[in-house]
Design a protein around this ligand. Structure first.
Ligand code: GLV
Length: 372
């Protein structure tokens, strides 16, 4: 039986010394608001420096449990549904160093409060860009090709009485055609996910890309020229009015929050083409749901593909948008691929470890000060 080489004995000794030194120092309490599964939990569970407390149920973490368990914690890993606010910071006490959210959005984080408390925030940009862009294209197609209505027709047993007819269940085509050679996609918000969506739509024959972005950012013709050259389409930054009037597919990819609340309202919807579709894969609050339901009911626009709805998850079968046959509504699945959720959970765990000083740096730290 081998007793091990001198170098492996030395490395075992080093590891034991490392573990022993951590056993002497008090452990860091870390609260995790949702089990991250067998691939990711070991990143936290196997750390001897951590005293891990995990919400034990397979449903959103209950607030009283979190407030009680976070006392004295150095780190917390939260979901979109867990508010990181003064109440949480007070419950944790001065030990709290980092809050890591398994999301790219951070509306649930009170930025001025965490900035003041000096709590670092980790989030998960980039890893979900492709999954959300894929779903955006899926919703654009579903909304324009009457996907929701057609699936319900089949599921309700209506296919035998729906006979094929030259224009039955037809919708506007996203791809360019001799009848509609100019196809315009408009983006409300033109960050990473919007650009990844554009990349996917270009092969459909999209010829023009319009976008509006943060009104406080300055126009940059070089940026537009670079995007135009990259994708071979015309690209222009425009105002909301032109975006509404010109888009065949209008995609909402702006962040939520007070600044974008109900930007897509009755006035905007009334300006859109009757054959246009609205897709929202960002935040439900950007769109006025009542105005959109009316726009669909009265035919101001063709259809809507919504992965997010204001007030979610409390969107029931009698919600005005769910009742609209031309609205395809999904329960916030943008990043829901196995690969992407693994990527997000891993990044959230690494941000947490980095914020606790157990690994070098946080791979994706939110610049809280500039956004507070
Ligand atoms: C999803 O909406 C996210 O913010 O990650």
């Amino acid at each position: 039986m081998s007793t091990g080489s001198p170098s492996s004995l030395a490395s075992t000794k080093r590891r034991l010394t490392h573990v022993a030194s951590h056993l002497r120092t008090p452990k860091l309490k870390v609260v995790v608001c949702r089990d991250l599964g067998p691939n990711v939990m070991p990143l936290l569970r196997d750390r001897p420096e951590i005293d891990l407390v995990v919400w034990p149920e397979d449903k959103p973490c209950e607030r009283p449990w979190l407030l009680e368990n976070i006392r004295g914690a150095a780190g917390v890993l939260v979901m979109l549904s867990d508010k990181v606010n003064q109440e949480l910071i007070d419950a944790a006490g001065p030990s709290l160093k980092v809050a890591s959210t398994m999301s790219v959005g951070y509306e649930h984080v009170d930025l001025p409060v965490v900035a003041k408390a000096g709590v670092r925030i980790g989030y998960t940009p980039d890893v979900l860009t492709d999954a959300v862009a894929d779903l955006t294209v899926m919703l654009a197609l579903m909304a324009s090709r009457n996907g929701g209505e057609a699936v319900s027709l089949v599921q309700s047993g209506g296919w035998p009485s729906f006979s094929w007819s030259p224009f039955g269940l037809c919708g506007p085509q996203i791809s360019a055609s001799p009848f509609s050679p100019k196809r315009t996609v408009g983006f409300l918000g033109f960050g990473r996910i919007a650009q990844a969506t554009l990349a996917r739509l270009v092969p459909f024959g999209i010829t023009h890309c319009l976008f509006t972005s943060n009104p406080s950012s300055t126009a940059d013709p070089a940026f537009e020229a670079a995007i135009a050259a990259k994708y071979g389409v015309q690209v222009r930054r425009v105002g909301l009015d032109e975006l509404a009037r010109e888009s065949d597919v209008l995609v909402v990819l702006a962040p939520g929050g007070a600044r974008t609340h109900h930007v897509v309202n009755e006035e905007v919807l009334r300006k859109m083409k009757k054959t246009a579709v609205l897709v929202n894969t960002a935040r439900g609050t950007v769109v006025d749901s009542d105005a959109l339901a009316r726009a669909l009911r009265e035919g101001w626009i063709w259809g809507a593909g919504l992965d997010v709805v204001e007030g979610e998850p409390n969107v029931t079968a009698d919600h005005p948008l769910v009742k609209e046959p031309r609205a395809v509504v999904l329960p916030h699945l943008g990043s829901a691929t196995i690969e992407t959720r693994l990527g997000m959970a891993t990044l959230a765990a690494k941000n947490l470890l980095g914020g606790l000083g157990l690994e070098e740096g946080m791979p994706a730290e939110l610049d809280v000060k500039s956004r507070a």
